[in-house]
Design a binder for this molecule. Sequence first.
Ligand SMILES: CC(C)(COP(=O)(O)OP(=O)(O)OC[C@H]1O[C@@H](n2cnc3c(N)ncnc32)[C@H](O)[C@@H]1OP(=O)(O)O)[C@@H](O)C(=O)NCCC(=O)NCCS
Length: 170
Amino acid sequence: MQIRPFTADDADAVFEVHRRAFDGQTEESRIVQRIHDAEKAVVSLVAVENDRVVGHVLCSPTAVDDHGGNVELVGLGPVGVLPENQHEGVGSSLIQRGIAKCREAGTDAVVVLGDPEYYSRFGFERASEYGLGNEYGADEEFMVAPLREGSVDNVDGIVTFPPEFPSVET
Ligand SMILES: CC(C)(COP(=O)(O)OP(=O)(O)OC[C@H]1O[C@@H](n2cnc3c(N)ncnc32)[C@H](O)[C@@H]1OP(=O)(O)O)[C@@H](O)C(=O)NCCC(=O)NCCS
């Protein structure tokens, strides 16, 4: 299995990866498409096995109504792996590589909305303990992985995802 940067030629395969990973729903596929179209991806990586795209991870910029200094926060996700390729470490490799690429890009911390049991293994902790909230009203599912010691210690506020993500339902 090889992990490499997304290219425009991967677009259809990546759409299909997320559609199939998310039980036939295309919401995540369309988020990925919109972020790519807007050229907003901080990190976009595909996992390839036997010349076939089997997984994809996206990282995009988030904003925080910050009560501290400037902080670069990146949102991880969606991440998806084809059902027949799950439980083989592909998702973990994509997430670890994605975080490493964010660090290289100078990101202070990565946030994610997901299962705490899964994401805690990658260094994610409950974001509310760092004073970070989210617009979706998620509690323990909203997590942050500081990429440098103390990088989010002086930041408080609500983290917002780019407009290419679904807006909060009221
Ligand atoms: C989540 C996902 C990307 C993980 O990819 P993967 O290649 O299967 O992950 P890995 O093989 O590295 O790790 C598998 C382990 O992760 C854990 N895991 C996988 N999916 C999980 C989930 N939805 N919730 C909690 N734990 C999960 C399990 O402990 C699993 O261990 P097991 O193989 O012993 O059962 C993949 O399952 C997927 O595409 N799921 C559907 C889409 C999704 O829910 N994406 C995440 C939200 S953005």
